[in-house]
Design a protein around this ligand. Structure first.
Ligand code: PLP
Length: 434
């Protein structure tokens, strides 16, 4: 990764990633964003391979002293090129659908490094997962356990099963990304999980090997992790005291990133310290499932200003060619993304309401954002868009999906081209009786 000078204008946080100015225009590693925009058009996702590797290695180094699988949460960004880079680094995968399992396998991740999570797995998906020995299935409810047991018996296999516990811990940056409270749909309450575990080991249809949790996302301190993991520790001790075996603990993911609220949040190393404190003496095999904290900083959404629409009162509208269909997070979670002019102009700082072209008031990226002066045709980069950006995109308003570009040093490649309208419409069929 090329080193970049700290950013020098207002509204910018200090970045430690592969995006930064060279000769006053934003680059992704050694490649000019303006040149990329000319080559592939906008909007476009641009990823930094160097940043992706660096973020993964932060986990690898942090957990090096523990027996821990780093299972990248594929839903954060399921691109095959992203998965291939992480696979080459030695990552496993945390998956939540058959499609994600297939992607992880296609990227070369071995089944015994794949975890199948998710609270509504279908019979077909479970049967698919059962065809891969060594793949760990995280069971999230009693009905799922019963279906899995029956399917496993029918297929004549005994899958590795970890029970996802709901430890009733509040955590996460937003209501819609908190998953570890008792009123969320995720996980099994502690008492019931203990009962299920006993039942599973007694019946022997599956190999009940451990306990897990995943309490939410964009968590920036260690306290909720410590609380949730403490509950798993107590459960482990209890089960072992009854003579049962507990070999695996799944720590979940959820570590937050700096979206502009300050670079002071907990880091993988802090998580590893807590994991060692809570589980170090238990001789268990750990897994951690980071998504956002590996891939968020490794991507930006590059967009061009369509026009500028001044208002009688309030900030000027900056209408950009990216919309909520490309980057849903601001609409869905009121998420804040730093918006960085690619080639900042001299002049007075100006407040803008940054909006997309989609026919929804919710298609608003930022209100009253202070930027260097912008004119039509200028480029902006939405920072921290590598996670839950492209993976949540849709074609709403019949907008073409944004292409995705991977940069590695001075090289770049389109890893997902923008389809043309013909190709998009060719996926549909109109019956001849209408
Ligand atoms: C989404 C998810 C993760 C990853 O969460 P991040 O906040 O992206 O780190 C990990 N485990 C499970 C079960 C998930 O559903």
């Amino acid at each position: 990764m090329e080193p970049h000078a700290p950013l020098q204008f207002l509204n910018m946080t200090a970045h430690t990633d592969g995006f930064g100015p060279l000769n006053s225009t934003l680059h992704a590693e050694g490649v000019s964003m303006a040149a990329l925009a000319d080559a592939v058009g906008t909007p476009a996702y641009v990823y930094s391979a160097g940043t992706l590797r660096a973020r993964y290695r932060t986990y690898e180094e942090a957990f090096a002293g523990l027996d821990c699988l780093i299972a990248y949460a594929v839903k954060a960004n399921a691109g095959l090129a992203i998965l291939k880079i992480l696979a080459a680094e030695g990552a496993g995968a945390d998956t939540v659908s058959e499609g994600e399992i297939r992607r992880a396998l296609a990227a070369g991740i071995a089944p015994d490094r794949i975890i199948f999570s998710g609270m509504g797995k279908t019979d077909a998906e479970l049967a698919f997962a059962l065809s891969f020995p060594g793949l760990q299935i995280n069971v999230e409810s009693r009905p799922e356990f019963e279906r899995l047991s029956a399917l496993a018996a029918a297929q004549g296999v005994r899958p590795l099963v970890v029970f996802r516990v709901n430890p009733d811990v509040a955590a996460g940056g937003h209501d819609k990304i908190s998953t570890g409270r008792s009123d969320n749909k995720f996980g099994i309450p502690v008492d019931e999980a203990l009962d299920l575990y006993r039942q599973a080991q007694a019946a022997g249809l599956v190999q009940a090997v451990g306990l897990g949790c995943h309490i939410g996302s964009q968590i920036r301190e260690t306290t909720p992790f410590r609380a949730a993991w403490g509950a798993l520790r107590e459960m482990t001790l209890k089960l072992r005291a009854e003579g049962r075996t507990v070999e695996r603990i799944d720590l979940g993911g959820g570590l937050g990133v700096d979206y502009g609220d300050g670079d002071t949040g907990a880091r993988p190393a802090d998580l590893a310290v807590v994991a060692a404190e809570v589980f170090g003496d238990l001789g268990v095999k750990l897994a951690v499932e980071p998504g956002r904290s590996i891939v968020a900083d490794a991507g930006v959404l590059l967009s061009r200003v369509i026009h500028i629409n001044p208002r009688r009162a309030g900030p000027t509208f900056l209408v950009v060619d990216a919309g909520m269909n490309d980057l849903l997070r601001p609409t869905l979670y009121e998420a804040w993304h730093e918006i960085e002019p690619v080639a900042p102009r001299a002049g007075n700082l100006t407040a803008y309401d940054v909006v997309g072209p989609v026919c929804e008031t919710g298609d608003t990226f930022a209100r009253g954002r202070i930027l260097t002066p912008m004119i039509a045709g200028d480029l902006v980069a939405f920072r921290g868009a590598g996670a839950y950006g492209a993976s949540m995109a849709s074609e709403y308003n019949s907008r073409l999906p944004a292409p995705e570009v991977l940069v590695d040093g001075n090289r770049w490649a389109v890893v997902r081209p923008r389809p043309n309208y013909g190709a998009v419409m060719a996926r549909e069929q109109v019956p001849d009786w209408i």
